[in-house]
Design a protein around this ligand. Structure first.
Ligand code: GLC
Length: 635
């Protein structure tokens, strides 16, 4: 009897609890969190729930060093970054990076609407802030390879190493078309030729994934081992007068569209998700205040649908001096069409200023909504709402041997042979691996930091060997020669030392010291003094091969007669073995100049196609070698 009554009651209880669950789910159901809903529907639903404060929070990007999880939660901060060298701790491991990123993310997720933040970093030649990451050749060297597929593979490897540290967003690639090597960022540019820059946008599908044809032209990220990319710096950053960084680019519409814009067309078609605005001005108008180009052209004509991000304190520099009138900076920057502001240090000042401008009707809510819609579109597209927290799944990708092998391949293909003996039938390279005694000399032969250049471990780069994992050019040479060959190293050998030794040949590795941005602006473009002295001493006494480590062409003509062979190695990164592979003929030289090599700086700017074009080595120049190891073994 009891069971007959118990069963219906049990059924009722179960029914009621199921109903309760359903109501609770209904109550807890948030459409914007439903991955089965179309992205536009999710965006619309979320935005309908957002307050102005939450919308402005999404437009705010801050550096990790000024942030706490509480700030993330209280202000609903939309993005965090690591500026150059901004790391959790010195030599932090991938796991420590993941833990740090997740702490900020938990703060963001605990905000009222739980909108995940997106963490960005400059991975401009590999994951360059991070200890033990693979450091690839800087873009100028990749331009010399003329190999878009290689660059795409580098993008894919970089994405894996960035994700290994829990980060889903990189401020790369720089698609500047550097038109004057006096610019301190010229090494961040693939070439003076917009056609090469256009080809190298293949790094974007490497970083983000191959965009499906039917999705061409809209932001795309293909999974959790890919990252959001950022084409930068829009537009004309590489065309400033005398290469003065952040200065003014004078260009008519034809020059702008034919030289500086093609990289953006191709980046957008390939689904680039974000674009960073340039510090520079165009015909006197600051790009960070340029509504016509950022809104009307980039968003209107080119139909860019990702988000536009400012540079570091980029809106502050709208005024001169910077930050002279912050209200004006915020007003003109946001009104120009910038969606996310890399503030990146004083969040309350930015948030309060923008809030006041909106509340006082200086900035319409439609502009705020456009910015937030674009930011949310990228976050939904990349799956950030579904996978906001990182894990340790990819930590072994950081500095993996496969990536180092890829970087070594890139180094090989990037080297450009400019001189090889007095004439073609008396080549100096390839060098014999078997020789009695050889000299390795020069400031850059045994210096991992120097061979990586700027944007490595710190913003301005580092010096020495205890900086990260890699192979110096000296170690690479030592590992390549026959065991019977004695390798003598002297950074700056004296004449006496040279005369008291009988070296079969010398390899002299010299060049520029690391720099980034304005610190690299140079009006004289000379090899460092120490390098010039070493070249003069060594090449005056022995057969010498000079390997130039530089971000750009340098003044070499005065030294050429003394040099038997000259190799442009650019900024090769951690895998110095790639240099030795070429010096000893394991591979043929195939690199071609991505930039005109001038005779004197008085000729600058001088680019391929110019009238009165009179270079030392023209754009596209590069000698080749074939494996003639036997013919020179007797030398
Ligand atoms: C720098 C650079 C930019 C970089 C940003 C964040 O000043 O101009 O290329 O992405 O700040 O580090």
């Amino acid at each position: 009897m009891k069971s007959r009554i118990a069963i219906p009651i049990l059924g009722l209880v179960l029914l009621f609890s199921a109903w309760e669950t359903c109501i609770a789910q209904e109550r807890d159901y948030l459409l914007y969190k439903d991955p089965n809903k179309p992205i536009n529907v999710r965006i619309r639903d979320l935005m309908s729930r957002m307050t102005l404060a939450e919308k402005i929070g999404q437009m705010t990007q801050l550096d990790r060093k000024v942030l706490t999880a509480d700030i993330m939660k209280d202000y609903g901060i939309g993005s965090v970054l690591s500026g150059g060298g901004s790391v959790p701790k010195s030599q932090a491991t991938a796991r420590e990076w993941v833990d740090m990123v997740n702490e900020f993310q938990k703060g963001a997720l605990s905000s009222r609407l739980g909108i995940p933040m997106i963490y960005g970093i400059d991975a401009v030649h590999g994951h360059n802030n991070v200890y033990k990451a693979t450091i690839f050749p800087h873009n100028v060297g990749l331009g010399a390879t003329r190999d878009p597929d290689l660059v795409k593979r580098i993008g894919a490897a970089t994405a894996l190493e960035v994700r290994a540290t829990g980060i889903p967003y990189v401020f790369a690639p720089c698609i500047a078309v550097c038109r004057d090597p006096r610019w301190g960022r010229c090494y961040e540019s693939y070439s003076e030729d917009p056609q090469i820059v256009k080809q190298m946008t293949e790094i974007i599908p490497g970083l983000q994934g191959d965009i499906p044809p039917h999705k061409a032209g809209i932001p795309y990220v293909g999974g959790n081992d890919k990252v959001v990319a950022c084409a930068k710096h829009f537009v004309g950053d590489g065309g400033t007068t005398k290469g003065i960084n952040e200065n003014n680019t004078v260009a008519d519409w034809h020059t702008l569209l034919s030289i500086h814009m093609p990289g953006y067309y191709h980046s957008i078609i390939k689904g680039v998700s974000t674009i960073m605005v340039s510090y520079s001005s165009l015909n006197g108008v600051k790009m960070h205040a340029n509504h016509d180009l950022v809104t009307n052209f980039l968003k209107g004509t080119l139909k860019f649908r990702g988000f536009v991000i400012s540079d570091w304190q980029g809106i502050d520099r709208i005024t001169s001096p910077p930050h002279a009138n912050y209200t004006h900076s915020v007003l003109t920057g946001v009104q120009a069409g910038i969606d996310m502001i890399m503030v990146p240090l004083n969040h309350t000042e930015f948030i309060d200023t923008l809030t006041s401008l909106v509340n006082n009707n200086f900035i319409p809510m439609t502009r705020i909504d456009d910015a937030v819609r674009r930011i949310l579109r990228v976050k939904f597209t990349m799956g950030l709402f579904e996978n906001p927290l990182a894990d340790y799944r990819l930590v072994n990708q950081l500095g993996s041997q496969a990536h180092r092998d890829l970087a070594r391949e890139a180094v090989r293909k990037s080297l450009v042979l400019l001189k090889n003996g007095a004439n073609a039938d008396d080549p100096v390279l390839p060098l014999p691996k078997k020789a009695s005694r050889i000299l390795v000399a020069g400031s850059h032969a045994n210096n991992l930091g120097y061979q990586c250049g700027g944007w490595t471990i710190t913003w301005q780069g580092v010096e020495g060997n205890n900086v990260t994992l890699g192979t110096t050019i000296l170690d690479a040479i030592t590992a390549s020669v026959d065991p019977s060959t004695e390798v003598v190293y002297s950074e700056s050998p004296t004449t006496e030392f040279l005369e008291s030794n009988n070296f079969s040949y010398s390899i002299v590795v010299v060049g520029e010291l690391p720099y980034a941005e304005t610190a690299g602006d140079s009006m004289n473009l000379t090899i460092s003094e120490a390098g010039i002295e070493t070249m003069s001493n060594v090449c005056g006494k022995t057969k010498c091969v000079v390997v130039l480590i530089s971000g750009r062409p340098l003044v070499v003509q005065p030294h050429l007669s003394n040099i038997d062979a000259l190799v442009a190695a650019w900024l090769p990164g951690t895998e110095g073995q790639g240099v030795a592979d070429m010096l000893f003929g394991d591979y043929d030289f195939r690199g071609k100049l991505p930039r005109t090599w001038f005779k004197t700086v008085d000729q600058l700017p001088m680019n391929v196609g110019d009238k009165d074009y009179d270079p030392l080595y023209p754009f596209g120049f590069g000698l080749t070698t074939s494996k003639v190891q036997d013919q020179i073994a007797s030398r």
